[in-house]
Design a protein around this ligand. Structure first.
Ligand SMILES: [Fe+2]
Length: 220
């Protein structure tokens, strides 16, 4: 018995040039003139190009890259600072919060390294004066309060929330900037970190409200 072979041919247009598909007349839909269907479908190039990052020589691009270096330094600095805060805290809940956030912060460092990779850049840190200042303030709080006191825990929460708010402002701004520059994947990575910073901030608020502030208020 003779074998019958059926060949299916793809007729997709490439780079806007006409192909077999341009000759196909499409069926009209409600209320539209059949004339409208004699043309080949519009090429998709514009849409695809819009998803690509814009030319990376702009000043804004440079600023974005610089700000990434800044928050990269800040996150790495926090990896060193959080264990000190954990050690200084008395409340087991607060200690746990610092331990948990250390893990989360290490993930933030790794995510930023991923972002540098997407940009085709080497991860580079640039000293963040703001984060250095906030963590120095945290050190002063530890020096100025008694070990084992809830007042010190209140101070640590306050310092940690200043850190979180700085990070929330930074990641929120950078995620938006990434979208403006056409880096949708980077924007989504930064948004993930942003949500984790907000969660950490909310946890600290709960700790203060539920136990630590009251406990400190009853101290001499
Ligand atoms: Fe972080």
């Amino acid at each position: 018995m003779a074998k019958t072979t059926t060949t299916t041919k793809s007729v997709a247009a490439t780079n806007g040039k006409s192909s077999a598909s341009s000759n196909v007349k499409l069926a009209p839909t409600n209320g539209t003139s059949p004339k409208a269907f004699t043309k080949a479908p519009a090429p998709q190039m514009k849409k695809d190009e819009a998803k690509q990052p814009k030319d990376n020589d702009s000043r804004l691009e440079e600023f974005f890259h610089d700000e990434l270096k800044d928050i990269y330094w800040a996150e790495k600095h926090l990896v060193k600072t959080l264990p000190k805060m954990q050690k200084a805290a008395s409340s087991p809940h607060l200690k746990n919060a610092f331990v948990d956030h250390l893990d989360v912060t290490k993930r933030h460092v790794a995510r930023l390294e991923e972002v540098f990779g997407i940009l085709g850049k080497k991860p580079q840190a640039k000293k963040c004066d703001a984060m250095e200042g906030i963590t120095k303030e945290g050190e002063s709080i530890i020096e100025d309060t008694d070990a084992g006191s809830s007042t010190r825990d209140v101070g640590l929460i306050l310092a940690a929330q200043k850190v979180e708010h700085y990070e929330i402002a930074t990641y929120g701004g950078l995620a938006q900037l990434a979208r403006t520059l056409g880096y949708t994947e980077i924007a989504s990575i930064l948004d993930t970190t942003l949500e984790e910073e907000k969660e950490a901030d909310n946890n600290l608020t709960s700790l203060a409200e539920n136990t630590i502030n009251e406990s400190a208020a009853s101290e001499d």
